[in-house]
Design a protein around this ligand. Structure first.
Ligand code: ZN
Length: 258
């Protein structure tokens, strides 16, 4: 079973002057290739909503339709219709923008995230849900009941082989979840926007991290130190990582022929 890490949302903010990519996963499963998050979608590049235009200025989002999950899937020789399942960490525009590019897919997410996009409660939720991402009435598959423990985290088993769990990490949004995936070489934990950029826990002052990401960074930092064998990813990471460093090596070390 293979997991590929894709950059589906490059951002070059004015300050700090970072070059950042948005992490999506393409996972081989018994039910075909499954996406974990979609990044920005074609509509974000070609006819962006007011919200996305605002972030384009502020966060330096590039016009780069070739970065969308749908284009990268096609570029890997996969038929887009083979993507029947998408797992979503949370529904912010930079994670769920590609949903309309796969209107037939089942969208697996936490019940509370589904509710939050309908009725956002916190400022950060209200700010970053783009209703253009959901106009096609996605085929939601909602989960709430904890079924397992993954290490000491509460976990919800999703109906795929290899083993994939939703790990509730509420805070950044009310239904935000990480995703833990077992492949041939061990566990990958995509903690998404519950942890700072590139899992660099000291990148921002603690109060900033707490305000934007919620209460989890401290716990996940301790978990990562205790379990170096688990590959930890964040929702956003340095753009260079996708080609060169950890992620590039990770991608090159696997055989993706399907
Ligand atoms: Zn977010």
């Amino acid at each position: 079973m293979a997991i590929q890490v894709l950059n589906c949302a490059s951002m070059f903010p004015w300050w700090p002057r970072w070059q950042v990519g948005g992490v999506c996963l393409l996972v081989d499963t018994d039910q075909g290739p499954v996406l974990v998050d979609t990044g920005l979608g074609l509509h974000d590049h070609e006819s962006p909503s007011r919200l996305v235009r605002f972030f384009r200025l502020d966060m330096g989002i590039q016009f780069a339709p070739e970065e969308t999950a749908v284009r990268q899937v096609v570029g890997r020789g996969i038929n887009t219709k083979d993507i029947q399942h998408i797992i979503i960490t949370h529904l912010h525009f930079d994670h769920a923008g590609g949903l309309p590019d796969f209107p037939w897919a089942q969208i697996h997410l936490h019940q509370k995230e589904y509710e939050a996009h309908l009725n956002p409660k916190t400022w950060i939720e209200r700010f970053a849900y783009d209703h253009k991402d959901f106009q096609h009435k996605p085929n939601w598959v909602k989960y709430e009941k904890i079924t397992d423990k993954w290490f000491d985290f509460d976990a919800i088993r999703l109906p795929f082989t290899p083993r994939i769990y939703l790990i509730p990490l509420f805070g950044h949004t009310s239904g935000m979840c990480g995703v833990a995936i077992k492949d041939g070489t061990g566990w990958l934990f995509q903690a998404a926007d519950a942890i700072p950029l590139n899992a660099e826990f000291d990148i921002a002052p603690e109060w900033v991290s707490r305000l934007i990401l919620g209460l989890h960074p401290k716990r996940i930092k301790a978990f990562a130190a205790a379990h170096p064998e688990v590959r930890l990813l964040a929702g956003h990471t340095w753009r260079s990582e996708f080609n060169e460093d950890r992620i590039g090596k990770f991608n090159r070390s696997r055989n993706f022929d399907r």
